[in-house]
Design a protein around this ligand. Structure first.
Ligand code: DX5
Ligand code: ZN
Length: 220
């Protein structure tokens, strides 16, 4: 299955509810949390997350670009987060963090910056429902896709197939009609798209087009 996850970072914050309702065909929503420390930008927090959760039944992936993510697990689960995706660079014990999330009733994911190698973490994929490979430096929407991270996608895909895992491979940053096929061919099955969805004339149609492109590329 292919998942298209619009990032509300690219939505119109003055009309957030209306924008969320523009993408009923999305498979889930991606909520970018930034603390101004782990990344040089601030986005929104639990109150906005809760407001989004209140206007949709969609599954919420919480991308935690924050230091000490463990301290905020309960907060974001209470705010409606279904899967919490913390940065591997921000924690000392990612496996323990995944266990904590599972104990709290949420799914676990880890995100990995473009410059962080994935090899040390391949053995731990079994503890996670998703690995999110960043294809831009986290912090801002609308950046250019970095194709060099696709070797990490391929490494994760190989390990997931070998071990028979169901861990999703996500990609985040610069995904558009021009780049999604490359990512799908490398083995991604969960695609975050901010500006390509909310910057489109018709966001729902943009979601469907991205999904069609990814599906066709994955089958090639
Ligand atoms: C960047 C965020 C992304 C961002 C993607 O730090 O993690 O989720 O919203 O935006 P686009 O799709 O515009 O690159
Ligand atoms: Zn994100």
């Amino acid at each position: 299955m292919i998942y298209i996850a619009p990032s509300i970072l690219a939505a119109d914050y003055a009309n957030l509810g209306a924008d969320v309702r523009k993408v009923p065909s999305a498979d889930l929503l991606h909520v970018d949390i930034m603390d101004g420390h782990f990344v040089p930008n601030l986005s929104f927090g639990p109150d906005v997350t809760k407001a989004v959760d209140g206007v949709t039944d969609q599954f919420l992936d919480i991308h935690m670009m924050i230091e000490e993510p463990e301290r905020r697990f309960e907060t974001y689960i209470k705010a409606g987060g279904d899967r919490l995706v913390f940065h591997i660079e921000a924690t000392d014990d990612h496996v323990a963090a995944a266990r904590t999330l599972h104990d709290l009733g949420a799914q676990a994911g880890f995100a990995i910056k473009p410059g962080t190698p994935i090899e040390p973490y391949l053995d731990d994929l079994e503890h996670f429902e998703q690995v999110m490979i960043m294809s831009v430096e986290p912090g801002f929407g609308g950046q250019k896709f970095m194709p060099e991270v696709l070797s990490k996608v391929a490494a994760a895909r190989e390990r997931i197939e070998e071990a028979g895992l169901s861990t999703l491979i996500g990609i985040d940053g610069g995904i558009s009609q021009a780049t999604i096929e490359l990512a799908a061919e490398a083995g991604v099955n969960a695609f975050v798209a901010g500006s390509a969805v909310f910057g489109a004339e018709d966001p729902a149609e943009a979601v469907d087009t991205l999904r069609d492109l990814a599906r066709a590329a994955a089958e090639r």
